[in-house]
Design a protein around this ligand. Structure first.
Ligand SMILES: *Cc1c(COP(=O)(O)O)cnc(C)c1O
Length: 337
């Protein structure tokens, strides 16, 4: 089975499992897990930020960040396709009692002008705009990447209007590799950054929220309230440390594989519009001979799992467990139908 449904489906490699087996552990709610402490320190220093906290999921790191940055009744500005809005179970309302201003960005990316225009005036009738949340890469944008200059312009608008800036960096490392950027650049601009270890980096579980010391102190309290305080979770943190050391630069290979598969998809008569492929995600329209669910079913018969994300769209995500041989097999199958 070759599984392109998501980059969350990866299994730990033997070397990663070995690192997990060897991890020194303790009770992290007491602050005594050496592996978690190491992962948190390593993550903060990678971004040139003060502190970090390890959490079970990217949904939790995002929701904790929103909770820390807002008061009930505040407004969060984000793209309409954002994970924080589309795929976190209504958590912005449920956890933070905040309202949302949804903007129509370009493949999930906002501009500084759009953000400026959506900030409410200081008027009792209006919810207070206090937080902007960006996503890089943008999942529903087909793994699109921001130009860093555009992020800097958005930051300017936030500073001028006293808004905080959060990054949902579930796939930030894909963006860094694709655009040849550094963690430090991002650490200088954002008030908080969430990274996922369980997507392209290939760990079984875990995300890290990074920020300044007072913010992370508050985030630790909210993590406990949300039920995310874990005990000997150093076995998971060890996988994260291993991934940060060994699985970042190899993302370029996933991006190359995505381009190879894209070239095969392009030649098919059932292919409609294709979103530009900038990283490890391919989203394309299906027309004519197949609907998207029919094409997904046809692929499944051949042991190739893809996701129909709408009646007309297929999403394929390339990751660590997609080998060069699997890519070749996929291309051969596509050429055969
Ligand atoms: C996967 C993902 C998350 C976090 O999801 P979890 O499954 O809760 O870890 C957050 N943002 C984006 C853009 C994602 O793709």
């Amino acid at each position: 089975m070759i599984d392109y449904r998501s980059d969350t489906v990866t299994r730990p490699t033997p070397a990663m499992l070995e690192a997990m087996m060897r991890a020194p552990i303790g009770d992290d709610v007491f602050g005594e897990d050496p592996s978690i402490n190491q992962l948190e320190a390593m993550s903060a220093s990678l971004f040139g930020m003060e502190s970090a906290v390890f959490c079970p999921s990217g949904t939790m790191t995002n929701q904790i960040a929103i909770k820390c940055h807002t008061q009930p009744g505040d407004e969060v500005i984000c793209d309409r396709l954002s994970h924080i809005y589309q795929y976190e179970g209504g958590g912005i309302a449920f956890n933070s009692g905040a309202s949302v201003r949804l903007l129509e960005g370009n493949r999930g990316r906002l501009t500084a002008d759009q953000v400026r225009e959506s900030i409410n005036p200081d008027d009792v009738h209006k919810p207070a705009s206090t937080l902007v949340s960006l996503e890089n890469t943008a999942n529903r944008g087909g793994g699109s990447c921001y130009d860093f200059a555009d992020i800097q312009s958005i930051k300017e608008v936030c500073l001028q209007n006293n808004l905080r800036l959060h990054l949902d960096g579930a796939r930030l490392f894909n963006a860094l590799v694709a655009k040849n950027e550094t963690c430090r650049q991002y650490g200088e601009v954002f008030d908080s950054i969430s990274i996922c270890l369980s997507k392209g980096l290939g760990t079984p579980v875990g995300s890290v929220l990074i920020g300044n010391r007072p913010f992370i102190k508050k985030a630790r309290r909210i993590r406990k309230v949300f039920g995310g305080g874990m005990r000997q979770a150093g076995i998971l943190a060890a996988a994260g440390i291993y991934a940060l050391e060994h699985h970042v630069s190899r993302l370029a290979e996933d991006h190359r594989h995505a381009q190879e598969i894209l070239a095969a998809i392009r030649t098919k008569d059932f292919t409609g519009d294709i979103l530009p492929v900038e990283t490890n995600i391919i989203i394309f329209e299906v027309r004519g001979r197949f609907t998207a669910p029919e094409l997904a079913a046809r692929c499944k018969e051949a042991g190739i799992f893809v996701m129909a994300i709408s009646p007309t769209q297929i999403r394929m995500v390339v990751h660590l467990d997609i080998s060069p041989a699997a890519v070749a097999q996929t291309i051969a199958f596509l050429n055969s139908i």
